[in-house]
Write a protein that binds this ligand. Structure first.
Ligand code: PHB
Length: 556
């Protein structure tokens, strides 16, 4: 069976329309969850604005998505439910992820794996190391092919039509506004010939480089991961100009990167072959996706969008394996007649979520747009986030909030800025408390006995040349932090990184979080940093504390 958009089933508005609108709502919710972690709740009216759909349509879509468990209602808002993540599986992360992790550990550099997605490059694995000084991408993020190393590898196999589509996109979006994961770039005429040149080099060399295409400082080298001659993905080692230039990075990592890419190819081929062989056994495996499809029509009546439910069930079933499924297997897995499953597949293909060849259907990377973001209900983070946003707007430095988690700090909110040496860290990232400004603020906020206990327990490892590793010196520093009400750490976590933190106290006076601003040591002296950033940071902490008193949230 081929997938021709001219197929009458595809043009049947009754099938494609509700699915398209439902996926538009899911995409809008996912984009919001990525853009504003900790604040992913949206009202139906927001979704009307973001999707351009009518209110009644949004309501019907939401009723269906809530029924299916993709979305949950939280007061007057709706948010993505964790169950959603299962759509994301394509098999590639499972097959190559462990190799990426090992490589990253051996090199002590970030390693990522990306797949081609139209004329873009989409990350499916991210192993972040030493990335505090540059932007880190998330799984699911899409980059323009011409602004990263994997793009030049993928472009080696582009057809004339693909080059055409790429040129057209460059013409209509010269600043990369359509790629929210990357900083905008000024329009420039040299981009196209530069990319063509880099693609030619990639054909010759078999690897490609990124010399600060995304932002100043960020460099990468990539090699392809192929199965039976097809480029399935590309593996990249990412570093920073403070440690390497492109030539020295390539010299240092290419031999090992190539070895690991070969291991990835081998495992990916095995996984794909096993998946194919085991597919019949998986028929009907995802029963959770099946039941609501069948039963809800009667319960929800006309408000229920059956073709949306079927489309999502089919996507979920396809997400169960990387090797693809036949129409018969899909129909079995979702317990629908073949003709119905076929219509759903054709609709998904037309909307760009599914590809079919040789009778096998598989999900396309675009499914990542439907909400990979890890969603968790962090009430403290929700309170902090808008304050951090205002602070970043005022001082144009990245702001974060963390809590103490064992001997580490853990990020619960973060608002980055895009600028040279932007400091990028994600929600959930941990660092040793002793070497960070927020950690020192949090440690200084502990009762003296507890503080002493922790200092005795923790091993103080040097992370840079200047990390304080003498316990009695650290104890004195913490006394000062407690007395001054702030901590400033200069290059002890990472060379070149300066960070200033203050505590956030709850109504009882206990330190429940720390907020900070991070900047680059090259951007001024320590007194100048204090002069510029301490007052706005303290004002922010005070505003958060006022909120906490009003909200009276139980924290922790
Ligand atoms: C990344 O993984 O963040 C990455 C990879 C390749 C690039 C740029 C960034 O060219």
């Amino acid at each position: 069976m081929s997938l021709r958009p001219s197929d009458p089933a595809v043009n049947d508005e009754g099938v494609v329309g509700p699915l398209e609108r439902g996926l538009a709502v899911l995409r809008a919710m996912s984009a919001r969850a990525v853009a504003e972690p900790g604040r992913e709740g949206l009202r139906a009216s927001d979704l009307v604005r973001h999707t351009g759909l009518a209110r009644a349509t949004v309501d019907r879509v939401l009723a269906t998505l809530i029924h299916l468990g993709y979305v949950r209602a939280a007061g007057r808002e709706v948010e993505l439910a964790p169950r959603h993540a299962y759509l994301m599986s394509s098999g590639i992360p499972e097959a190559v992820g462990p190799h990426a992790e090992r490589l990253s550990t051996r090199l002590a550099e970030s390693v990522s794996v990306a797949v081609p997605d139209a004329d873009g490059v989409r990350f499916v694995v991210q192993e972040s190391r030493r990335r505090t000084l540059s932007l880190a991408f998330r799984v699911g993020d899409l980059l323009p092919a011409e602004r990263c190393a994997p793009g030049a590898l993928f472009a080696r196999q582009w057809t004339d039509e693909q080059w055409q589509a790429w040129r057209e996109r460059r013409r209509t979006d010269p600043n990369d506004a359509g790629f929210p994961a990357v900083p905008r770039r000024p329009a420039s005429s040299g981009v196209e010939s530069e990319f063509v040149g880099r693609t030619r080099s990639a054909v010759q060399d078999g690897w490609a480089a990124d010399d600060q295409l995304v932002e100043p400082g960020l460099i990468a080298v990539s090699v392809p991961v192929e199965v039976a001659g097809a480029q399935m993905c590309a593996a990249s080692v990412v570093s920073h100009t403070s440690r390497h230039d492109v030539a020295s990075l390539a010299a240092a990592v290419l031999p090992l990167l190539r070895e690991v890419a070969a291991d990835m190819s081998r495992d990916l081929a095995t996984v794909l072959a096993c998946e194919r062989a085991s597919l019949p056994a998986r028929g009907g495996a995802d029963q959770s996706a099946v039941a609501p499809v069948v039963s809800a029509k009667t319960e929800l009546g006309a408000g229920y969008l059956q073709s949306l439910a079927r489309g999502l069930a089919v996507l979920a079933a396809l997400g169960g394996g990387p090797g693809g499924m036949t129409l018969t297997q899909v129909a079995q897995a979702v317990a629908l007649p073949r003709a119905t499953a076929r219509r759903a597949l054709l609709s998904l293909a037309q909307l760009g979520y599914v590809a079919g060849s040789d009778g096998q259907f598989r999900p396309l990377p675009r499914v990542l747009e439907l909400g990979y973001a890890h969603l968790s209900g962090l009430s403290l983070a929700q309170i902090l986030q808008p304050h951090l946003e205002r602070l970043v707007e005022a001082v144009n430095e990245s702001a974060s909030a963390t809590v103490l988690d064992g001997d580490d700090i853990r990020y619960i909110a973060r608002v980055p800025t895009y600028r040279i040496m932007s400091v990028d860290i994600r929600i959930g990232t941990r660092f040793p408390a002793y070497a960070t400004s927020m950690g020192r603020v949090l440690l200084a906020g502990l009762a003296p006995a507890e503080r002493r206990l922790r200092l005795r327990r923790v091993v103080l490892r040097p992370l840079t040349r200047t990390t304080v590793t003498d316990p009695s010196r650290l104890a004195r520093i913490l006394d000062e932090v407690a007395a001054n009400g702030y901590a400033l750490v200069d290059g002890e976590l990472e060379e070149g990184l300066r960070s200033l933190a203050v505590p956030v106290r709850d109504a009882s006076g206990a330190v429940v979080a720390a907020v900070n601003l991070s900047t680059h040591t090259g951007r001024g002296s320590v007194p100048a940093t204090l002069e510029r950033l301490l007052a706005p940071l303290r004002d922010t902490a005070a505003a958060i504390e006022a909120d906490l008193r009003v909200i009276g949230t139980a924290l922790g």
